[in-house]
Design a protein around this ligand. Structure first.
Ligand code: ADP
Length: 493
């Protein structure tokens, strides 16, 4: 083999060696990189695993929270329903029974008891319980609850091994493993308590139940407040009712006595008037005979005295007749002869009759009567007396210097007419208005002493109007004038 071939061969071998070496180095690097990637991948897998565990754990926690939230929502709903249910309960024993039962059935407490202080605030009583067999122990436990309430502020969550003696006694007597004592506070006063407890270790009562029970206790306090207010209201209503009945009875008795006295007065007035009328009529008669001179000559002086006797006798007879009329109408002995008549015509007739008096005192009469009035109903002669009395009074008290005015107005109301007779005269003091219609009452003024009158006119007016089922009243301003109003029916009743 020539040297060139050997060199070529060596060169080829070397090249091949280099190529193999390069390939080996390349493969080895690739192998390391793969190992590195595998490590990284493993790490990633570990992290993923960790995260998955975390997610599962969180999911578990979430579903536990969801469960307790569901339970809470359910309890709140039951609480709401319970609120609606007890809102209308006013009997405290019924309230205690309902709450104890619902707490066991809906809130899953094993045992409940409801304590309330009596209204006289003397002591705390157990008004209701549920799930408790040891009923005889309950009233004794009420004493422990009462003592415990004085020491606690807010509700107390306790266990069987509570160091506080009263709480411990509750746990022992009612076989509680865990329990909750919730005060019912009304206007800052502990008026009662709700006791709930479980005997199983697995059903330990916790803070969540405490919150719900506090809400319930607040609701119960409001219901108790309402029921006590209702009770107070009921009692005052009863008291008021019996007082009203008592007063009504008293008033009825007084009314009867008044009626009896009024009858007696009318009887007396009637018989006295009759007795007086007979001698007065003879005085009238004899004075007339004497005045006529039939029994002998009469001197002018005797004539003057006889005239006075006659005049006064006439006035007395007139007064007695009015008194008898009042008494008869009052006792219903004068029957009103009700008929349809025209008010307009009656007013025109009376105004015409009194025209001389109006003219004598220069008084102007103005009429303001509703157009097309239907007929009124009443006893015309008696109503004529009413108009004459009121108009004569208006004439007497209106000014006579030419400024005197009398207004006669008729207004049409729903079922009646209202007649108003007003003047611009002296007026009547306010304190005299309520007494105007009583017999013999005359307003005590110097001017009135100058004016003649008996104080019977308005009393007669009132009796006549009331016999027509109407009413009469006066309105006046001193120095400005007076208006008398009365009503009369439009339709026969
Ligand atoms: P008499 O007119 O006979 O005194 P009345 O019963 O008619 O009796 O009236 C009672 C009193 O009412 C009168 O004395 C008078 O003081 C007062 N009075 C009545 N009508 C009027 C009036 N129009 N203006 C002022 N006072 C009046």
């Amino acid at each position: 083999m020539s040297l060139e071939y050997l060199v070529l061969f060596l060169a080829v071998c070397l090249t091949a060696l280099f190529a193999v070496a390069a390939l080996w180095i390349y493969e080895r690097r690739k192998f390391h990189e793969t190992i590195k990637s595998l490590d990284y991948f493993k790490k990633l897998c570990d992290e993923l695993d960790q995260n998955t565990k975390l997610i599962v754990q969180k999911d578990l926690e979430l579903s536990r929270t969801q469960e307790s939230l569901d339970q809470r929502a359910r309890e709140l709903f039951v609480l709401h329903e319970l609120g609606n249910k007890i809102g209308s309960v006013f009997d405290e024993s019924v309230l205690a029974g309902v709450i104890s039962k619902v707490l066991c059935e809906e809130f899953n407490f094993e045992k409940t008891a409801f304590f309330l202080r009596l209204r006289d605030k003397s002591r705390l009583l157990c008004l209701g319980s549920y799930g408790i067999q040891e009923k005889s122990a309950l009233q004794e436990i009420a004493g422990s609850v009462e003592r415990a309430l004085t020491q606690i502020n807010g509700s107390v969550l306790a266990a069987a091994d509570s160091p506080e003696p009263d709480l411990h006694k509750m746990a022992v007597d009612l076989k509680f493993h865990s329990f909750l004592l919730v005060p019912i506070v009304l206007k800052e006063e502990k008026v009662g308590a709700i006791l709930v407890g479980n005997s199983m270790t697995s059903d330990k009562i916790g803070e969540d139940e405490k919150d719900i029970m506090n809400l319930l206790a607040n609701q119960v306090a409001v219901v108790i407040d309402n029921s006590r207010l209702y009770e107070q209201l009921r009692q005052s209503h009863h008291l008021l009712e019996s007082k009203v009945q008592e007063r009504t009875r008293e008033l009825e008795n007084l009314n009867q006595r008044l009626k009896h006295l009024s009858d007696m007065k009318s009887d007396f007035v009637s018989s006295a008037s009759h007795e007086l009328r007979t001698p007065l009529t003879s005085i009238q008669g004899y004075s007339s005979i004497l005045t006529s001179g039939k029994l002998g000559p009469v001197t002018p002086e005797q004539q003057t005295r006889l005239n006075k006797i006659h005049l006064h006798a006439n006035e007395l007879v007139e007064m007695i007749n009015t008194l008898l009329d009042i008494s008869r109408i009052e006792r219903g002995k004068t029957e009103m002869k009700m008929e349809q008549f025209s008010l307009k015509d009656l007013i025109a007739k009376v105004v015409d009759l009194l025209q001389p008096q109006f003219s004598a005192r220069k008084i102007q009469v103005r009429l303001d009567l509703a157009e097309n009035m239907e007929p009124a109903i009443g006893d015309v002669p008696q109503l004529q007396r009413v108009f004459i009395n009121l108009l004569s009074n208006a004439v007497k008290y209106a000014p006579d210097n030419g400024t005197g005015v009398i207004n006669v107005k008729v207004s049409v109301l729903k079922t009646e007419y209202q007649v108003s007779i007003g003047d611009n005269g002296v007026g009547i003091p306010e304190e005299a208005l309520p007494k105007l219609f009583t017999e013999f009452y005359r307003v005590d003024t110097p001017m009135n002493q100058e004016i003649k009158g008996t104080g019977l006119g308005l009393s007669l007016v009132k009796r006549i109007i009331e016999a027509h089922k109407g009413s009469v009243w006066a309105a006046s301003r001193l120095g400005m004038g007076t208006t008398f109003h009365f009503t009369l029916p439009r339709k026969a009743s």
